[in-house]
Design a protein around this ligand. Structure first.
Ligand SMILES: Nc1nc2c([nH]c(=O)n2[C@H]2C[C@H](O)[C@@H](COP(=O)(O)OP(=O)(O)OP(=O)(O)O)O2)c(=O)[nH]1
Length: 141
């Protein structure tokens, strides 16, 4: 039986939507199994919620920011990325509108990474494929 996957939305927050050179990565502080690993800020879509509304809600809750949303970084599953056996995630490029980003909830550190620095942090397993795809979109500095 095919189980329904839980929808997660996340932001690839970059310095400039037209000419991105840096990505904002966030280090998870919870749950214990994921703490210390790095990810794209975001979270689960709630029942009846639109994906981009969920993305904006999560970014306010987690980082205290509002964003301008750009193009989607489409994954192989109808646009979504298979990130765990239970979750699939859609990812949009965004840039900060009102900030500054702070690790308010679920994270304990934020870092801006250049293309050359993307592999410097231990990403969640499911994010490694996404980071690889994203690397091609970041211009060298
Ligand atoms: N937000 C986010 N979650 C990810 C990423 N990669 C990845 O495997 N995940 C997983 C971790 C979790 O199992 C799941 C998303 O859960 P979450 O804990 O971020 O969602 P949430 O904020 O809505 O959580 P909660 O309300 O249940 O506490 O997706 C990623 O880059 N960003």
């Amino acid at each position: 039986m095919q189980e329904t996957l839980i929808d997660v939305v996340a932001a690839a927050i970059v310095d400039d939507l037209d000419h991105p050179t840096r990505l904002l990565a966030a280090r998870r502080s919870a749950p214990a199994a994921l703490a210390g690993r790095w990810e794209f800020p975001g979270g689960k879509v709630e029942a009846g919620e639109e994906h981009l509304a969920a993305l904006r809600r999560e970014l306010v809750e987690e980082l205290g920011v509002t964003v301008a949303v750009g193009a989607e970084l489409p994954g192989p599953d109808g646009g979504a990325w298979p990130i765990t056996t239970k979750h699939r995630m859609r990812v949009w490029f965004t840039r900060l509108q009102q900030g500054p980003p702070e690790p308010l909830e679920d994270h304990d550190e934020l870092r801006w990474l250049t293309a050359a620095e993307l592999d410097d942090v231990p990403w969640l397993d499911g994010d490694v494929q996404i980071v690889a795809a994203l690397a091609g979109h970041l211009a060298p500095r």
